[in-house]
Design a protein around this ligand. Sequence first.
Ligand SMILES: C[S@@+](CC[C@H](N)C(=O)[O-])C[C@H]1O[C@@H](n2cnc3c(N)ncnc32)[C@H](O)[C@@H]1O
Length: 248
Amino acid sequence: MKLIFLKPQNLKFILRIFVENFFSKIFKREEISGEVKKYVFENAIRNNPDSVLKAMDNFAKNRRFLMNIGDIKGSLLINQLKKIGSDLTILELGCFCGYSAILMAKNLTKFGKVVSLEVNKTYARNALEIIKYAGLEDKIIVIEGSSEKIIGTLRYRFDLVLLDHWKNLYKRDLIAIEKRGLLKNGSIIFADNVGKLISALAGERGYSNDYLDYVRNNNNYTNINIKTYLEYSMAEDEVEISTYSLDY
Ligand SMILES: C[S@@+](CC[C@H](N)C(=O)[O-])C[C@H]1O[C@@H](n2cnc3c(N)ncnc32)[C@H](O)[C@@H]1O
């Protein structure tokens, strides 16, 4: 048993996940993104992104945990986005149900775009339906496929990259993004879930130490680490915000 699990705020979160997983196995619950979609259609107002996000937050707080960026880290992300403008081209690795894509897109003008990659077919399909329900299909392109395959086909240059897929892929994929020439001078890389709790809880998929070593020991990046809370909980999490500079 790792000590980090025993901190009361972390323990509460771990117990929630344990209980939800236990009941999901016994009662064979519906596929999660389909259940989220149904909930959004029943509870949110069409063409109203705020109402769609609120419905997803309610679902995650009161029904089943969702690995969305959530409201607290979401506002950290939007603070960064607003610093660089609103006609932005954004790359997201890990779309899930479309929460962070909707959150970013609603802060962009009609000239802005979010390109969001998702390896899980069902998630990608349901995310697109939720995005359409939110009225943001003109600003968000969901590409179904693995980052490993898709990054090498992209042609945009991105103002902001949200790394929010499996954490052990962050370093590999950022290097692929650099090599493909997809970054600009001043591009921001926002890496979610780089805290120690996720590393300890999620095993290999939660491991981001090699990513942190990479950006922190690289003259092309200046980095800020923010200690915050894991989505929909008071458990520990961190985000790393790195600014890319071509000048070096
Ligand atoms: C934490 S969730 C993303 C949450 C989403 N960004 C949000 O805040 O609403 C991580 C997602 O990454 C996807 N994923 C994992 N590895 C991937 C890869 N190599 N390429 C694309 N998507 C991947 C998973 O299927 C999962 O849906």
